[in-house]
Design a protein around this ligand. Structure first.
Ligand SMILES: Cc1cc2nc3c(=O)[nH]c(=O)nc-3n(C[C@H](O)[C@H](O)[C@H](O)COP(=O)(O)OP(=O)(O)OC[C@H]3O[C@@H](n4cnc5c(N)ncnc54)[C@H](O)[C@@H]3O)c2cc1C
Length: 274
């Protein structure tokens, strides 16, 4: 569970002001990693800060035994992480958590808000695009953010991408859920649904809640990755619980780090006090 992994690359990508970094790690964790899972990373060589930081697995190369992660510089933990250099060793726990379902045929609709795109990268990578057509709706603050978070990778990946930005600097001006609403009202949606449409999303909680409402009202099965703040990462401290409702109507508390981060959207009780 605890592993020392070698840093292959750890550098700022895109516009420096956006603070997006790509971290490539070498280690056997890649052999068992699945899309949707995360690594819990010790961000310094000491126990200060005590808590590890959870970061999603964005790329898995089983042959080279490499895992790619993208992270946004936010606070002390991610700042410390930027100091690790090529050939340094990092202590990780993982891969941890539940995984996205990888469809084998049909249509896959992905909805990403901001840095919520990162776990979806590994799902895209796992899909056989000869058999599954991918449609991605991605919203961000502005074009600089989207470019920094590797828009070019998506454009080159063959995925059908629609973009929204809050300032209108690229694509639709407004929310990514506007694009989703527009899409479900479009007549081409009928064809997608006939071809086994499923969906997955990651982003801020408000965006996920709105996405879940639209998908579920339109009978589109949706999986969501919840990125609650978390502490231990192994289900012991209960710091990251969310509320879900089972098929029989009973309400339960589940740990995002252990039973999640990927949940079926229809189970999540969005307005519960976490
Ligand atoms: C399962 C999971 C997967 C994640 N994957 C990624 C990823 O692939 N790339 C990435 O950049 N980030 C990801 N995050 C968020 C990342 O863990 C936090 O941004 C990071 O821990 C912040 O640490 P820090 O010490 O730099 O910031 P802190 O000093 O701890 O916090 C700085 C600011 O960030 C906010 N913040 C911290 N954690 C979160 C969170 N989980 N959600 C929303 N706001 C938060 C705080 O409220 C505060 O405003 C993920 C989180 C989870 C739970």
């Amino acid at each position: 569970m605890y592993l020392k992994v070698r840093v292959i690359e750890n550098r700022s990508i895109g516009h420096p002001a956006q603070g997006i970094f790509r971290l490539v790690l070498s280690g056997q964790a890649a052999k068992i990693a699945k899309p949707g899972q995360f690594l819990h990373i010790q961000v310094s060589d000491t126990y200060d800060p005590l808590l590890r930081r959870p970061l999603s697995i964005a790329g898995i190369d089983k042959n080279k035994e490499e895992i790619t992660i993208y992270y946004k510089l936010l606070g002390r933990g991610t700042d410390l992480l930027t100091h690790f250099k090529e050939n340094d060793y990092l202590s990780i726990m993982g891969p941890l958590g539940s995984e996205f379902t990888v469809p084998q045929q049909g249509e896959l609709l992905l909805i990403a808000g901001g840095i919520g795109i990162f776990p979806l990268y590994s799902l895209i990578q796992a899909i056989d695009q000869e058999k599954v057509k991918i449609h991605l709706l991605w919203g961000g603050e502005n074009i600089d953010f989207l470019e920094s978070a590797d828009l070019k990778y998506l454009v080159n990946s063959g995925v059908n991408v629609k973009i929204s930005t809050m300032d209108g600097s690229l694509g639709h001006k407004g929310l990514v859920t506007d694009l989703l609403q527009e899409m479900v009202q479009d007549s081409s949606m009928i064809a997608l649904r006939c071809n086994n449409l499923v969906s997955a999303a990651c982003g801020p909680k408000g965006m996920l809640k709105a996405t879940a409402e639209i998908c579920l009202n339109n009978d589109i099965p949706l999986e969501v990755s919840l990125e609650e703040r978390m502490a231990c990462g192994i289900g012991a401290c209960l710091g990251c619980v969310c509320t879900v409702r089972g098929a029989d109507g009973t309400v339960k508390r589940k740990r995002v780090c252990k039973e999640g981060p990927v949940f079926r959207a229809k189970e999540v009780v969005w307005d519960a006090e976490c």
